[in-house]
Design a protein around this ligand. Structure first.
Ligand code: HEM
Length: 225
């Protein structure tokens, strides 16, 4: 089982994730309405690019947008979750060793204490995100079992990673479950709303271009809209 998960399943899940994300981006761009959305983007690449970068950066900075400032609790748990969810899988020493073995690349490595703190942050923040969905009526009304499933799927590799790391019971068992959960997450990314990992950038770039060009961004510069 362990050999299968670290061999063929590793390659299969990584390939599905990467190819799937590329397909999602292509489908997103092809799905835009060329008459309504894209026509002005090509004609004004400068303001469009500036608007896109501006929009992405503002949303990636904690409290960088009006919406983030309006919901400080959500902002803290959101960034608490996402900072660890992005950094730990990529920069944990143990993951880097596997990447070097399999692909021959070695990325920057997180200090083990920082990796522990970030992983705990992910787990605690995921719990708060779940409680938020239960506690706030305006969020609860929009929440379905699917939202809880995605949260559990996202937190599972971190929870099982901690169980293995602290050797709670059988280390090999938890390590196997951890790898299984990580690969399930990778496979789920292109097919679920976890595709936001790339579609966030696509939609923010598109909206940023829209505002940078059409909706006042080029005001006074002979722009028709
Ligand atoms: C660069 C990468 C990522 C970006 C830019 C990003 C961005 C976002 C955004 C904008 C939201 C919506 C927040 C809202 O409801 O207002 C969100 C939600 C979420 N993201 Fe990500 N994300 C990224 C990576 C990840 C990763 C790697 C995971 C999983 C390990 C993940 C799991 C989630 C989950 C579970 C939610 C829903 C939280 C909830 O239930 O309220 N994201 N993300």
């Amino acid at each position: 089982m362990f050999d299968f998960l670290t061999g063929p399943m590793f390659w299969l899940s990584i390939s599905i994730c990467i190819i799937g994300m590329i397909v999602r981006i292509v489908l997103y761009i092809r799905g835009l309405n060329w008459q309504m959305d894209r026509v002005a983007y090509r004609a004004h690449p400068g303001p469009g690019f500036k608007g896109a970068v501006n929009s992405i950066i503002r949303w990636l900075v904690p409290f960088g947008t009006y919406s983030w400032r309006k919901q400080p609790f959500m902002t803290i748990i959101f960034f608490g979750f996402h900072i660890g969810a992005v950094l730990v899988p990529l920069f944990l020493l143990a993951h880097n060793i596997i990447l070097r073995e399999k692909i021959g690349i070695f990325l920057f490595t997180l200090n083990p204490a920082a990796a522990d703190i970030l992983t705990w942050m992910v787990v605690m923040s995921a719990l708060c995100l779940m409680l938020r969905r239960i506690a706030l009526p305006e969020v609860r009304i929009l929440t379905t079992a699917y939202d809880y499933f995605i949260l559990v799927l996202s937190a599972a590799p971190f929870i099982t990673g901690l169980l293995a790391r602290y050797e709670m019971g059988d280390y090999t068992f938890w390590l196997t479950v951890h790898i299984l959960c990580g690969e399930a997450l990778l496979i789920a990314i292109p097919f679920t709303k976890l595709s936001h990992i790339v579609l966030f950038f696509a939609s923010r770039a598109q909206l940023g271009m829209d505002f940078g060009i059409k909706r006042g961004g080029m005001k006074g510069k002979n722009m028709a809209w």
